[in-house]
Ligand binder design. Structure first.
Ligand SMILES: [Zn+2]
Length: 106
């Protein structure tokens, strides 16, 4: 477990582009009455939105575009990676506490 913890800690690296957000793809109808999208035709899109969860049930949307904002997918992946590392580190630390062991000793 401590070996896994050492490995985890070695994986941490700053992610300057880290982004806590989700990339959402949406198709939509336009307002034109004659457009194919109003009938059975394909909707317009995809449009890409970046959304961020603010609290339970609350989120904000920013940066909508025909393409995902440059670098956003990488930024999201980097943030998630750090989150996963942090989560596993926390689980190991919780187990160490259960065993009444120090969280900082190697
Ligand atoms: Zn349309």
């Amino acid at each position: 477990m401590r070996q896994r913890k050492r490995w985890l800690l070695a994986q941490f690296a700053p992610a300057p582009d880290g982004l806590r957000a989700s990339l959402v793809e949406r198709f939509s109808r336009c307002g034109k009455a004659n457009c194919h999208c109003q009938r059975d035709g394909p909707k317009h899109g995809p449009f890409y939105f970046l959304t961020q969860c603010l609290a339970v049930g609350r989120s904000t949307s920013f940066s909508s575009n025909l393409r995902p904002a440059a670098g956003s997918q990488e930024g999201i992946a980097h943030f998630r990676r750090l989150q996963e590392l942090m989560e596993e580190l926390s689980q190991i630390n919780a187990e160490l506490l259960r065993r009444d062991e120090s969280l900082t000793d190697e």
